[in-house]
Design a protein around this ligand. Structure first.
Ligand SMILES: Cc1ncc(COP(=O)(O)O)c(C=O)c1O
Length: 376
């Protein structure tokens, strides 16, 4: 149906083989493959402790639980992000407070937009490295330290991205990565919780698996006969098929991210002169992006829904990142604070196709179609 779709898996014969090998090996629940995936992911992210989990939402939920965030606490989240961030805050009974985008050029939240909404009740901030572009971390880390606020990095868009050479997911108390289908590293459903702190890592392991002190694999291998339950926990485990996929995808990640960069450079070359649109994240200092998505901002007079329809007629798939929280039924009446820049961006943002195996010709097709329809 699509000439150019929004996203395509970066899979070849290695992924099905990896899954087949696991299934034929006879051990499919969390075990040695998962340990290997965690170890390899750790080397990419500055040697942080890693806990592979069922998805990034689980990782975010676990981090709030481990940090003791509860009813009556406030947690600052970006106003422009996926619903997982607001949902996890509400699921632990805390109040979500929105931080606005830094500017129309940098859609990430910043120390100054965070500081504006800090109160005595603020216990944590969840930042998102939007579209794969790291936030300005020096200022954010300093602010969180000064105000004694826990820092959680939502790295769903950003595996492999760095700020001043340091990997995202290693700055805060916790980092949460997503390996959902359309992410830079795809396993279907999966995630990773990272931390530099040994005790927080232990908490992560407990929350992942019922608070148990030994895993099924340990008992199978004869390393443990029984187990204790150190604290209450959940079942947020990943399985061996997904960890095997993760290992292959991790091997491909650097090249895939580099390919994304080449494609984004072509998009920028073709579109940056167009007056009907603007492109964010063009001149950011000290960061290496991993180009998770390619978002643009449409001029206010452009009818976004009509444009999406016209692109579709040309076989070009596009999407929106993200609708404003206040537009969702669940969050209409919960008293969310205003975030004018993010709310405006939410009405005008358009995401164009981007995936590592996309060709430069396909980027040109998308740009030709977009430019044609922007003129009309
Ligand atoms: C910014 C952000 N945070 C969290 C998530 C949740 O990830 P998962 O689907 O792995 O739970 C996503 C997924 O789309 C995301 O984009």
């Amino acid at each position: 149906m699509w000439k150019v779709q929004l996203f395509k898996l970066n899979y070849d014969e290695r992924e099905p083989k990896a899954v087949k090998d696991v299934v034929e090996g006879g051990w499919i629940t969390m075990g040695e493959k998962t340990k290997e995936f965690e170890a390899n992911f750790s080397t990419l992210h500055d040697g942080v402790h890693c806990t592979a989990v069922s998805n990034a939402t689980a990782a975010l939920h676990m981090s709030l639980l481990a940090l003791g965030i509860k009813d009556g606490d406030e947690v600052i989240i970006p106003a422009l992000t996926f619903v997982a961030d607001i949902n996890v805050v509400r699921m632990v009974g805390a109040t979500p407070i929105l931080a606005d985008c830094k500017s129309y050029e940098d859609w990430n939240i910043s120390a100054s937009t965070i500081e504006k909404v800090i109160t005595k009740k603020t216990k944590a901030v969840i930042i998102v490295h939007f579209a794969g572009y790291p936030c300005q971390m020096d200022e954010i880390v300093a602010l969180c330290k000064a105000k004694d606020i826990a820092l959680i990095e939502d790295c769903a868009h950003a595996p492999g991205a760095t700020y001043k050479g340091q990997a995202v997911g290693s700055f805060g108390e916790y980092g949460a990565f997503s390996f959902f289908t359309n992410k830079n590293l795809s396993v279907g459903e999966g995630g990773m919780l990272t931390t530099r702190d040994k005790d927080l890592d232990q908490q992560a392991k407990y929350f992942r698996s019922h608070g148990m002190t030994a895993l099924t694999l340990d008992r199978h291998k004869g390393r443990a006969i029984t187990y204790d339950v150190a604290q209450s926990g959940l079942n947020y485990r990943i399985d061996e098929m997904r960890s095997a996929l993760g290992l292959i995808q991790l091997d491909k990640l650097a090249d895939a991210n580099a390919q994304r960069k080449v494609l984004v450079e072509r998009y920028v070359e073709r579109l940056s002169d167009n007056r009907e649109i603007s492109i964010p994240f063009l001149d950011l200092k000290d960061i290496e992006s991993v180009y998770h998505i390619f978002p643009i901002l449409l001029d206010a007079k452009i009818d976004r829904i009509a444009l999406i329809g016209k692109l579709k007629e040309d076989g070009i798939q596009s999407s929106i990142h993200y609708p404003a929280f206040k537009d969702f039924t669940a969050f209409k009446d919960i008293g969310l604070n205003d975030a004018p820049v993010a709310e405006d961006i939410a009405t005008r943002e358009l995401t164009l196709p981007l995936y590592p195996s996309m060709s430069l010709e396909e980027v040109n097709l998308v740009c030709d179609s977009l430019i044609k329809h922007l003129k009309n």
